[in-house]
Design a protein around this ligand. Structure first.
Ligand code: PPE
Length: 308
């Protein structure tokens, strides 16, 4: 099953059986994409048993996403943080991918969503490496998508809304059908944005570059981790516009995301990146990232919430 370990799902305050976690076909969200969500991971950890990675930041972003879409969540942040922990505990999951979703349920149809109830669900299951087992070590082959990311002032790229993922699906399907692992979206001006479900970084003349916020990218939480870990390594990070051709000329390119973690990119459009394999800086950042989540290193940034 795709949702291994997912026996109970938190729905509007109750833990219900997997089979019973259903919504009505007339729910607003499935007609108009009126939902906001998060994706985060819990990791088995030698110091605390299991820890949820950056729980507060994910809950904060969920509330910010809901705010922009004028969705009033009837639970507090504290309750939803606890609900994430409860969902992991009831399923006995130590390492898991967690998916909270806030959506407009059934009220009426028509674009105006305001008469539809705002519902919340949280599911968790075992989800291995997002871009494949070998991806983390070997790197992935990607293409620049023929699909452009959302233009400014169309879909709010910094809102993690379900509707934004229509564009992501187009990017990902196109890439996969042509034998690439993932696609990179450019903005309306042709500058680099992000993958269909990942932020992107370049190693350029020894510095780390990533597109700035406001450049049609999600304010990635793993992106923030990498910026901090790079700082710790004495690597300068610049948030700046990135031209497409820089992808081919960079020393290294890699993706970051809760699902993708830190995934090196070894080629773009069949042009090798650097030596055509996972780069040393990406691998070192990845090593530091996994050392914290696993408990090999102490949680020096306070990124983990124990599941107890
Ligand atoms: N950009 C996009 C478009 C994106 O979807 C993600 C996460 C990121 C950047 C990285 O953000 P963060 O997870 O906070 O570091 N994508 C989520 C959904 C993936 C999916 O297939 O679903 C995720 O990684 O959970």
């Amino acid at each position: 099953m795709a949702f291994e370990g997912c026996e109970k799902i938190w729905m509007n305050g109750a833990l219900v059986d997997f089979e019973d976690a259903k919504i009505h076909v007339l729910s607003h969200v499935i007609h108009y994409g009126s939902g906001v969500f998060e994706g985060l991971r819990a990791y088995e950890n030698s110091r605390m048993g299991s820890g949820v990675f950056r729980l507060d930041e994910h809950i904060d972003r969920l509330f910010n996403s809901a705010k922009v879409l004028r969705m009033e969540i009837r639970y507090g942040k504290k309750e939803l943080r606890q609900a994430v922990l409860d969902t992991l505990k009831v399923n006995g999951l130590k390492s898991a991918y967690i998916r909270p979703l806030v959506y407009r349920g059934m009220g009426s149809l028509g674009v105006d969503p305001t008469s539809c109830p705002v519902e919340v669900m949280i599911a968790a299951w075992n989800w291995g490496a997002y871009l494949g087992k070998e991806a983390l070590l070997d790197g992935v082959d990607v293409r620049v998508s023929s699909w452009t990311r959302m233009a400014p002032n169309t879909f709010p790229a910094m809102v993690k809304s379900t509707a934004n993922y229509l564009n992501s699906q187009l990017i990902r399907m196109e890439a996969n059908m042509e034998g690439y692992t993932e696609g990179i979206g450019l903005d309306t001006g042709g500058m680099v944005c992000e993958g269909s479900g990942e932020n992107i970084f370049l190693v350029w003349e020894g510095r780390l570059l990533t597109p700035p916020l406001g450049n049609s990218v999600l304010k990635g939480i793993t992106r923030d981790c990498i910026i901090r870990l790079a700082g710790e390594m004495g690597i300068e990070v610049r948030e700046q516009p990135i031209a497409r051709e820089m992808l081919y000329m960079a020393e290294e390119v890699f993706f970051t995301g809760s699902a993708a973690e830190v995934t090196p990119i070894r080629s773009v459009d069949r042009i090798p990146v650097g030596e055509g394999k996972a780069g040393p800086i990406a691998l070192e950042l990845q090593r530091r990232f996994f050392a914290i989540v696993s408990g090999d290193d102490e949680d020096r940034f306070g990124w983990l919430t124990p599941v107890e």
